[in-house]
Design a protein around this ligand. Structure first.
Ligand code: RAM
Length: 342
């Protein structure tokens, strides 16, 4: 009996030892002593963009060693669905959560609760308000993305005529921030003075709803010259709608699209150009950031420099914002090469 309790005590101490080790350190010479569990919580499941993010996260996990990626998201892009998942992840005692937020404010209380439980919370792609995360990893400069989308469409329509925006959800942090700069560009760039934004509609990152919203725009605005869809789901659905309705060349399209989903439309002339960054890199970088926060290598505070494997170093700027890189433009001349990757 005595022996048994001694054994139990030894086991308990050993257990505590490894708990402490995982709180701030990794084992000498590489992988952490205890498995680090990083949850990637996306806007919704079934979105190819986030599947590429997941692939990048898994690539980083493999490199780091002893890291498990838990990929989750609601079936539709809602804040409620994400809150439920955050609460489950708290119960699961994961080490970190990287979230692409469906609503920057609604997620704050749940995210705070996670941080109070010792979980490192960051947002990536679509941000949570500052109070609900340690830092936000933006794929690229928000202003540059928003303004360059308008310029791409301007070139396509000769800087003249009615245009519309087909976005993701009405609460999406990232799309709303880009749209703000699109509106600024339209108001401030003298080249845009004959371009008129007639409508902003939301396809909720659902292919079906985006498709229906595109048809609605064609019907409501018979003089429509161009559409910007700053969502990979929305731009692919709009391209299909333009093609199905025989509107190729009559309505120009640009947006943020996955080369793998947009290749046929770009090569077929439905869209002359789209832009995006590498979603694999986004998942990879987010995982490195989470890992470095969990192992205590970084605090994620302003001025911090986080090393992220093959992505080099990521610097945390004001308001806990970090930026990954530059967006890339895909045309019929280069899209095939990228379509093989993401
Ligand atoms: C969709 C999502 C995602 C966004 C891309 C461009 O996949 O809305 O958040 O970054 O489009």
């Amino acid at each position: 009996m005595k022996r048994k309790s001694l054994l139990l005590l030894v086991l308990l101490i050993a257990g505590f030892g490894s708990l402490f080790a995982s709180g701030g350190q990794e084992a000498k010479g590489g992988a952490p002593a205890k498995k680090i569990r990083i949850a990637i919580l996306v806007k919704s499941l079934g979105n190819g963009f986030f599947e590429a993010v997941r692939d990048g996260a898994q690539e980083a996990a493999k490199e780091l060693g002893n890291v498990e990626i838990i990929y989750q998201g609601p079936s539709s892009a809602t804040a409620e669905g994400q809150i439920e998942i955050i609460n489950n992840l708290i119960a699961l005692k994961v080490d970190a959560i990287a979230i692409s937020a469906n609503d920057q404010d609604a997620l704050v209380p749940a995210a705070k609760k996670a941080m109070e439980a010792g979980i490192k919370v960051i947002s990536f792609d679509s941000g949570i308000a500052e109070a609900g995360r340690i830092l936000h990893l933006a794929p690229s400069d928000t202003e540059l993305i928003g303004r360059s989308q308008v310029r791409l469409l301007g070139e396509m329509i000769g800087w003249k005529g009615e245009i519309a925006i087909l976005s993701a959800t009405a609460q999406a942090t990232n799309q709303n921030a880009w749209i703000e700069y699109m509106k600024k560009e339209l108001a401030e760039n003298p080249k845009c003075k004959e371009m008129k934004l007639v409508s902003v509609v939301y396809g909720d990152d659902s292919s079906d709803k985006s498709y229906r919203e595109a048809l609605g725009l064609f019907k409501s605005y018979p003089n429509l010259k161009g559409i910007i869809a700053p969502t990979t789901v929305g731009v692919a659905a709009t391209a299909k709608a333009i093609q199905d309705q025989g509107l190729t060349g009559k309505i120009q399209l640009t947006g943020l699209g996955l080369p793998s989903e947009m290749r046929a439309y770009v090569e077929g002339g439905v869209s002359k150009a789209i832009a995006l960054w590498n979603p694999i890199d986004l998942g990879y970088t987010s995982t490195y950031i989470c890992y470095n926060l969990v192992t205590g290598k970084n605090t994620g505070k302003e001025g911090d420099t986080i090393s992220a494997g093959r992505m080099g170093t990521i610097k945390v700027g004001p308001k806990g914002q970090a930026i990954m890189g530059e967006p890339f433009t895909f045309t019929k001349d280069n899209i095939a090469k990228f379509a093989a990757m993401f």
